[in-house]
Design a protein around this ligand. Structure first.
Ligand SMILES: Nc1nc2c(ncn2[C@@H]2O[C@H](COP(=O)(O)OP(=O)(O)OP(=O)(O)O)[C@@H](O)[C@H]2O)c(=O)[nH]1
Ligand SMILES: [Mg+2]
Length: 339
């Protein structure tokens, strides 16, 4: 099951208390202070990992507690530090502190780590308080409590290109024919029930990542179909690719379809309409005598929208689409670097 949000409680370990003791050695009647420092409490650490794809596990285990540092010991020995707890989350996980709503971290790179709850420092033992005037101090410091908090986690996938289309438009077929991703494909609407990422090997440039999300329908922003909940997974893409099915027996005009999709995006996040995009006219192998392709191409020409007729079945049109996408992604990355 794909789960893209979770609420968990994290508690870092407390610092161990400092110790009070005095050296007791044969023939040394009044040994000095020898109480060691307490150990530090363990942190709770998040680790972003490409091998984690969902927050599902965090629905089952919601409480994470790192162990506390031990008390300091006699003979100037430190208490041992508490063990950290490591939680693996998918790349693209946004972590917020529930109480304040503050974003703690956005984990965007494989292997990135972040301490979400810091362990408390261990306290000083009495050996640290010895001075020339007080050579037998009974002072010590208690350990500091570890941080504890509720966290809200939201997974927003990271991809370069987001596929947007009605159910059955051919999104999953396209991603499986240009990448190694293999989402379910079916001739019925809402075959895809969760987002999928596919890495496309560029022809001239490095690879880029495409996100396939469940289909949208008119009224999705009011909860129709699967709703617009999955649109958050294309919020971070540099480019959108609208897929319009131009099969001859489709009733709806392709321009109406395109604008319906845009309206749903706008209702979710108006900035998505400012995102660079291209249009893919899918299933050209079944355009037959229909006029949808011509209508869509004329519309794109008029508005200067890039339009790619293609068939994921015969692979017609795929190389030019890939070339366009890789170029657009590369340009976007270059402009992000320069800005
Ligand atoms: N003839 C033809 N059929 C296609 C093509 N691409 C997809 N299909 C068919 O269209 C149907 C829907 O394809 P999917 O890729 O599952 O569509 P989707 O957009 O992912 O659909 P949802 O997951 O429901 O949103 C399947 O029966 C595919 O075999 C194509 O290029 N040509
Ligand atoms: Mg699909």
């Amino acid at each position: 099951m794909f789960i893209d949000h979770a609420r968990i409680f994290v508690k870092a370990g407390n610092g161990g208390s400092g110790h009070v003791s005095f050296r007791r050695e044969k023939f040394v009647p009044r040994g000095g202070p020898s109480g060691g420092d307490g150990g530090h409490g363990g942190h709770v650490i998040f680790i972003a990992s490409n091998s984690a794809t969902t927050l599902l596990d965090l629905r089952y285990q919601r409480h994470f507690t790192a162990s506390s540092g031990e008390r300091g010991q006699k003979s100037n020995c430190h208490g041992s530090n508490g063990l950290a707890v490591e939680i693996h989350v998918p790349v693209g996980t946004l972590v917020k502190i529930e109480e304040t709503g503050e974003t703690l971290v956005d984990l965007i790179a494989d292997g990135q780590t972040f301490v979400v709850a810091e362990g408390g420092k261990g306290g000083k033992g009495n050996a640290r308080y010895a001075t020339s005037t007080n050579q037998a101090p009974y002072d010590f410091e208690p350990g500091i409590p570890g941080i504890e908090r509720w966290l809200n986690l939201e997974l927003k996938l990271l991809a370069d290109v987001g596929l947007v289309g009605f159910p059955n438009a051919g999104k999953s077929t396209l991603i499986s024919s240009i990448s190694s991703a293999h989402p379910e494909i079916g001739s019925y609407p809402f075959t895809t029930l969760r987002p999928h990422l596919g890495v496309v090997e560029g022809i001239a440039a490095p690879s880029f990542v495409v996100a396939d999300i469940p289909g949208l329908i008119e009224g999705a922003h009011e909860g129709k179909g699967l709703g617009i909940q999955f649109l958050k997974h294309i919020q971070r893409t540099a480019l959108l690719l609208y897929l319009i099915d131009i099969t001859e027996w489709i009733e709806e005009d392709p321009i109406v379809s395109f604008n319906t999709l845009r309206n749903e995006l706008q209702a979710f996040d108006p900035t998505l309409l400012e995102r660079p995009f291209a249009i893919a006219a899918t299933k050209t192998d079944s355009q037959g005598e229909g006029q949808h392709l011509q209508t869509l191409q004329a519309y794109c020409l008029q508005h200067e929208y890039p339009c790619f007729p293609l068939s994921a079945v015969t692979r017609d049109g795929l190389p030019s689409l890939i070339t366009y996408l890789e170029q657009a992604v590369m340009e976007n990355k270059a402009s992000c670097k320069n800005s």
